[in-house]
Design a protein around this ligand. Sequence first.
Ligand SMILES: [Zn+2]
Length: 431
Amino acid sequence: MSEPVIITSENVVCSGKMQPLGLVIKEGRIADILERSEIPENQKVEDFGSSVIMPGLIDAHVHINEPGRADWEGFETATLAAAAGGITTLADMPLNSSPVTITPEALKEKQNLAGQKAHVNCLFYGGLVPGNEEQVESLLKAGAAGIKAFLCHSGIVEFPNVTSHELNAAMTVLADFQKPLLVHAELSALPDHEKQTDPLSYDQYLRSRPQQWEVDAINLMVNLCKKTGCPVHIVHLSSVMALPILKKARTEGLPITVETAPHYLNFESEDIPDGDTRFKCAPPIRERANRDLLKSALMDGHIDLIATDHSPCPPELKEIDSGDLIQAWGGIASLELLLPATWTALRDQQVSPVNLTRWLAERPAELLGQSHRIGKIEEGMEADLMAWDPNATFTVNAQDLQHRHKITPYDGMQMQGKVQATWLKGKRVYG
Ligand SMILES: [Zn+2]
């Protein structure tokens, strides 16, 4: 039996507030929670002073791409980045790897690779594509945390989008299991949208993926949710035009959750230079006014969680040299920056570490069906923890980040909030 360790600070986020506490870590779990005055003198104590201690962060939306496209990103580098960012659990999306995760065999291959290489916990979603509806049940039985589908082209040929026909079939099964369908909510059926002709123009890129695509997709998903009772999770919401539909559905009690990503909270289209493909993602980063309303919606509780949608690729595919926004891979690399990017973006909103704990740990744990073991600091929970200094500032240097290709739109940005240490089941994995 290993000797217990006590991790302490004046600001431990526990039971919805920050408190001076000591966490007794034993056998990989939080065995006891003590007042600071109760900490025995003869115990091994790691004191983090006034730093904040929170549950290990959970990033519910990551593209690792291994096997098959490990030259884009792999388990080793992605999970090192996660650990350095205070993230102790991530959930990997079923596309960009090859094979895509649309069969239990492909899922097992991912699970095995993670078992050999990962530095943090990895969970996996299965994928829904036309023709694999009958695999949904076996994917869930093999451990998929949910099933992901696209309503528009995914960018990966082996992962085509679905229609309401496949959605109906899959959602009936998911409803039985009470597991979520995760949806990339852009419905590109709109005939009159503007096509991009100038490959360098960010403004044209933005207008080629209008907010109405998100609105139409979310309307469709609300209807299917009502019909099937399947829990629906809208990934990376960018459009505030879709918020009233979501609010109404949630008020009616429909099981719909929604996430946004740090890049939608930090950047604004007015400031994105033409030809800077690092900012290309889908749905796109929109105008300043939209960004500010997204922040308010988060603070008001209309958005459940924040996930990075870390989706890197090699510099050639990102068209870094050409600046071609039509050809460039749509995806932003930011896994390690989840916490400081969120904290920095919301400094003007009276945000507190208690909010961050909800968006970056508690709610993701609920989405992933893991809230019985991770996502909060409570006696008996796994000792997945992180410590950070909310006042420390730093300048992002992409070269210092752990993910494979050192490309990110956050390069050179001044940020606040520095991760100091990460523990996985009580074992220090960073800091
Ligand atoms: Zn994604």
